[in-house]
Design a protein around this ligand. Structure first.
Ligand code: AMP
Length: 192
């Protein structure tokens, strides 16, 4: 079992690369952002709460997220791997993920940090906003999301280094090259 955390700032390409990993390895994929957007579309109570935070570029409270994550994870049957995309985003979420996986006799195999320079992130997200229909892909909210990334999410880089799971990936340039760098890390990761 390979549990893979795909990490990076908004616009770093986590979703795109996750799709390619799924296509090649047949792993399950949890995108917490997609789960929340689905809840908003369905108009559930959780969706209503989530909308407030998402539209303001803020993170949804950890306790809610951990709950959603465990439920989604337990909904998967027996699989060779799971990709965590957009989770964890805070240190308490990383700790909760480790504890949840430990309860199930497993752990994170690798954390892939897709690094992309700030000006490129901004340009990609503004461009994405033209077609994504996402309420949070506008310049003002993008700036808030990048601030939240720096203050609350980027400390996870040191956390995963300390846990021995960290792998840097250059997220700028040719998509094939980025994906092949990712595959090298996944292929060499130990199944846990
Ligand atoms: P994403 O699609 O990953 O860019 O997520 C879009 C938005 O959903 C974020 O800006 C947050 O408001 C919310 N969100 C997604 N994942 C998380 C998470 N792990 N913790 C808190 N909020 C999240």
């Amino acid at each position: 079992m390979k549990n893979i955390v795909i990490f990076g700032a908004p616009g770093s390409g986590k979703g795109t690369q996750s799709e390619r990993i799924v296509a090649k390895y047949g792993y399950e994929h949890i995108s917490t952002g997609d789960v929340l957007r689905e809840q908003i579309k369905e108009g559930t109570g959780l969706g209503k709460t989530a909308k407030y935070y998402i539209d303001n570029g803020q993170l949804i409270p950890d306790t809610l997220m951990v709950d959603i994550l465990a439920r989604t994870y337990d909904g998967f049957g027996k699989v060779d791997g799971v990709i965590f995309d957009g989770f964890p985003r805070t240190i308490p979420q990383a700790e909760a993920l480790k504890a949840m996986l430990a309860d199930r006799g497993t752990d994170v195999a690798v954390m892939l940090d897709l690094e992309v320079p700030e000006d490129e992130l901004m340009a990609r997200l503004i461009n994405r906003g033209k077609t994504s229909g996402r309420a949070d892909d506008n310049e003002e909210t993008i700036k808030k999301r990048l601030d939240v990334y720096h203050s609350q999410t980027s400390p996870l880089i040191e956390w995963y280094k300390a846990d021995g799971k960290y792998h840097h990936i250059n997220g700028l340039g040719d998509m094939e090259k980025i994906f092949s760098d990712i595959c090298v890390v996944i292929d060499n990761a130990k199944s846990i």
